[in-house]
Design a protein around this ligand. Structure first.
Ligand code: SAM
Length: 267
């Protein structure tokens, strides 16, 4: 029996709407992404295999919202919602924010709400068989998913995105690298053998919870390579010169980078 039949038959037996359900399960097993109580956005969600896996992982304490161009058959679970629309269209993003309970139309100067724990995207273009065109379209969709992740993910949140391998993948990955702590490429066993699909698994959205000039109290928990104290602020690393592990110190933040920042003691 081929691997394709294997996953197809398993999906039928176990009541999953698509064999691709096993891809998200393998990604989750590999990277430990989804937890009970999480809020998850699933892009390119029809017919709903990933929605089923995500709904199981977050339990009824969590919420999953799926978006697809195609209609998605309703789910019994009250914690699964769906939106039909094109993710390249701003109106769909508006309805997604609404389904998530996030202000769908925030003022330009309002502090953005970012309550989402994970954005996962299995979006794929209709395949033409023309390698470069399919690749370019896939990267375009992956970038829409990336923008959505940057807009909605809480600091420390996770992002998974399908891409077809090709010349623009390295640039896309470099952009994802800049915004997350850990990024890796992964091909689940459930992906078809000859497929060029890959998943980028990005963990630890580095949205600095502090700004330059902020004064905060931090606990120093380690020492960096250069001898500076290392403190963790909501998952974001601050280096503090002249501080030792175990110190609790008042600092002023003087440099904020995507992955880490620097602060001076003021006490
Ligand atoms: C591989 S299928 C997803 C399978 C799904 N993960 C599951 O487990 O059931 C890819 C989906 O991406 C959707 N898609 C492609 N372009 C899209 C777009 N611009 N906006 C929303 N969905 C899109 C397609 O309609 C298709 O249903």
């Amino acid at each position: 029996m081929s691997r394709k039949d294997d996953f197809y038959n398993r999906a039928k037996q176990e009541g999953y709407r698509a064999r691709s359900a096993y891809k998200l399960r393998q990604i989750d097993d590999e990277a430990d992404l989804l937890s009970p109580g999480d809020t998850v956005v699933d892009l390119g969600a029809a017919p709903g295999g990933w929605l089923q896996i995500a709904a199981e992982a977050v339990t009824e304490a969590g919420t999953v919202v799926g978006v697809d161009l195609r209609d998605i058959d309703e789910f019994d679970h009250p914690h699964v919602r769906t939106v039909q629309g094109d993710m390249t269209d701003e109106r769909t993003r508006y309805y997604l924010r609404k389904a998530l309970g996030v202000d769908p139309d925030p003022d330009d100067d309002a502090e953005p709400e970012r309550p989402i724990d994970a954005v996962v995207s299995d979006m794929a273009p209709d395949m033409t068989g023309e390698y470069e065109l399919d690749h370019a379209r896939s990267i375009h969709l992956a970038r829409q998913a990336f923008d959505t992740a940057l807009e909605l993910l809480r600091p420390g949140g996770s992002f998974v995105v399908k891409v077809f391998d090709g010349q623009d993948l390295a640039d896309f990955r470099a952009d994802v690298d800049r915004e997350f702590r850990y990024v890796r490429a992964y091909t689940p066993e459930a992906s078809r053998k000859r497929s060029s699909e890959r998943y980028l698994i990005a963990r630890g959205r580095t949205d600095a919870p502090v700004a330059e000039g902020d004064e905060v109290e931090v606990e120093v928990t380690g020492t960096g390579d250069e001898g500076d104290g290392v403190a963790d602020v909501e998952g974001y690393t601050l280096f503090v010169p002249d501080a030792e592990p175990g110190d609790t110190v008042e600092v002023v933040v003087d440099d904020v980078k995507p992955r880490f920042g620097f602060a001076e003691r003021v006490d």
